[in-house]
Design a protein around this ligand. Structure first.
Ligand code: ATP
Ligand code: MG
Length: 567
């Protein structure tokens, strides 16, 4: 490909609307352009990477025995009503009408379509198990589209769905996808962890998120520094045995704490360590009030509340709700003498607090020397806090550390959620009708591309892993006006492309400095400069990743590059 007529517009300056490195570099290197908020075009260089990632995914899906198909992006509302998600999915679903005023959605995911497809055409255990996948644009009206294609409103996804006759079968299908995902992200040279995540159901063991470790992720991963334990902090179990302080129980007292609301303010004001404070947070759990207690240095985990109480919706109480139930303002609430209709639950750590402090349910006042049993009671103790750095790893090996993560993939055991709602049944060996057991598996293809850039760059530009680089080689004649340089570059371009390398030749009449800057920004693994030694048939080869340069004779160029690219 000749750069003079190639659509790869580079930008020298960092675009002001791009906050993260991958977004900046993808704009600067001319991979993407925004059409409107959260909607992007992929320019030729960007599309080439997207297709390489797609190919890796396709190879690994096929290797795992999955079959590719293609479903429509336009989905009739009836299907979503059948599954019960037309209402439940909320404003993220892009909805539209046709000319007859029929309702449709632009597919954010395809459980409904695939379930009806399989329901209508697969009827016997003899056809199962079966895993189907597609690579297709998805639409989600994200509340906050941001970071370029990391969170966009139209994006490319690989989605796969497995159908089994038993839960044991589902485990096997799931493990195959899990392994395929590990291979895919390894081939993209991503530093990632498969993380146990919240499945929305008790336990949450049957879902993993594939998280690329990064400083800009929206999720926090708790991982062990000594084992391969990794979990989303939403779900990471806390496994600590708390010891009660060895001190005599004192009499409760009210103290004035005017204007002191936060744990830090109260702790400093009362001169008490934060571990002595009991943090009380009022939640509304499925319309009922629930007071949740954790130790002052801990954070309440609402996913754990949801699981403990088997609830649908857990929300922190508003000021009005706090006023209604506790008769005071947030910052001063506590568990002593509360309204009987309020359920009190507490984290295990609270059980060990002796002579603690908490809000006195009166503005500007706190209690000190508060003790469980004597001053307040708790209905249930459970693990209700977020795990923290320094906690022991729940698997008993090592200590917990935190890292942010970008979710590039998600594997999920659905069970019979859709097959029952939509009647996807099969006849088993005994002629009995049974619901199919399903799993679903997504990869954000465009997000993966951005995650690769996020992990592979330096101050000068992108450093593509060779498996996904748009081109293998950037071939740069320094001065197009010099016949020997131009002719040698043309000769090498032909040799290299016929050796099946993908080559972009910078045949522009630009200054060398401009060409080299663009080369670093594009970040293909190898740069070949045809300069002063062209008349001797010698060129300079530069490895983008290491910065290493070497002079190579033209006859040795192909073998040298082969050894560098394929190691
Ligand atoms: P998130 O928590 O980031 O919103 P999700 O849980 O909604 O993701 P899934 O429904 O599991 O995502 O979708 C499968 C994959 O699609 C995700 O793992 C992610 O890589 C990708 N993805 C989801 N939403 C977006 C988006 N708005 N832009 C780009 N990729 C996305
Ligand atoms: Mg989402």
């Amino acid at each position: 490909m000749k750069q003079s007529t190639y659509l790869a517009p580079t930008l020298r300056d960092v675009p002001s609307d791009a906050d993260v490195k991958s977004h900046q570099l993808m704009l600067r290197a001319g991979l993407i352009r925004q059409s409107t908020s959260g909607v992007y075009s992929f320019l030729p260089l960007g599309l080439k990477v997207l297709q390489k990632v797609e190919n890796i995914i396709r190879e690994e899906m096929n290797r795992a025995g999955a079959q590719q198909l293609l479903m429509p992006a336009i989905q009739p509302a009836e299907l979503w009503k059948e599954s019960g998600r037309w209402e439940a999915y909320g404003p993220e679903l892009m909805r539209l009408h046709d000319r007859h005023n029929r309702e449709f959605a632009l597919g954010p995911t395809h459980e409904e379509v695939i379930t009806t497809l399989v329901r209508d055409d697969v009827h016997s255990y003899k056809k199962l198990p079966m895993t189907l996948y597609q690579i297709q644009n998805k639409f989600r009206d994200e509340r906050r589209p941001r970071f370029g294609v990391l969170r966009s409103r139209e994006f490319l996804m690989k989605d796969a769905y497995s159908f089994d006759t038993s839960f044991e079968g589902l485990d096997i299908s799931y493990d195959k996808m899990y392994d395929a995902y590990s291979r895919i992200f390894n081939r993209c040279e991503l530093d990632f962890r498969a993380v146990v995540a919240d499945s929305g159901a008790m336990g949450g063991k049957d879902t993993h998120e594939f998280m690329v470790l990064s400083d800009i992720g929206e999720d926090t991963i708790a991982y062990s520094d000594e084992s391969d334990y990794a979990a989303n902090i939403e779900i990471a179990e806390v496994n600590v045995i708390y010891k009660k302080a060895d001190e005599a129980i004192k009499e409760i007292e009210v103290v004035d704490t005017p204007g002191k609301k936060t744990i830090e303010e109260v702790s400093a004001f009362l001169n008490l360590p934060v571990e002595k404070l009991i943090k009380s947070v009022l939640f509304i759990v499925d319309d009922k009030p629930c007071l949740v207690l954790v130790r002052g240095d801990h954070e309440v985990n609402d996913v754990k509340i949801k699981h403990l109480l088997d609830a649908q919706i857990v929300e922190m109480a508003t000021e009005e709700e706090t006023k209604k139930w506790m008769n005071t303002v947030p910052g001063y609430i506590g568990p002593k003498d509360v309204n009987k209709d309020i359920t009190i639950i507490a984290d295990h750590a609270v059980e060990a607090v002796v002579n603690g402090a908490c809000g006195a349910n009166e503005e500007g006042k706190h209690f000190i020397n508060v003790n469980l049993g004597q001053d307040f009671t708790v209905e249930t103790f459970a693990d209700l806090r977020n795990i923290q750095e320094g906690d022991p790893s729940p698997d008993g090996k090592g200590t917990i550390r935190f890292k942010e993560g970008i979710e590039v993939g998600h594997v999920f055991k659905l069970g019979t959620r859709y097959s029952e709602a939509m009647g996807a049944m099969f006849l088993d060996e005994n002629g009995k009708n049974q619901p199919m057991i399903m799993g679903c598996y997504g990869i954000g293809v465009s997000r993966t591309l951005a995650a690769v850039v996020e992990q592979h760059h330096d101050e000068n530009g992108i450093i593509w892993p060779s498996a996904v680089s748009p081109f293998d080689i950037h071939l740069i004649p320094v001065n197009m006006k010099q016949d020997d340089q131009r002719e040698l570059a043309q000769e090498l371009y032909e040799d290299l492309t016929s050796s099946r390398f993908e080559v972009l030749m910078d045949d522009r009449a630009e200054r060398p400095g401009v060409k080299f800057k663009d080369a670093d920004l594009f970040g293909f693994p190898i740069r070949i400069t045809v300069g002063k030694k062209a008349n001797e048939g010698v060129v300079e080869l530069k490895v983008r990743k290491t910065g290493e340069t070497l002079e190579v004779k033209k006859d040795e160029l192909v073998t040298t590059i082969e050894s560098l690219l394929y190691k």
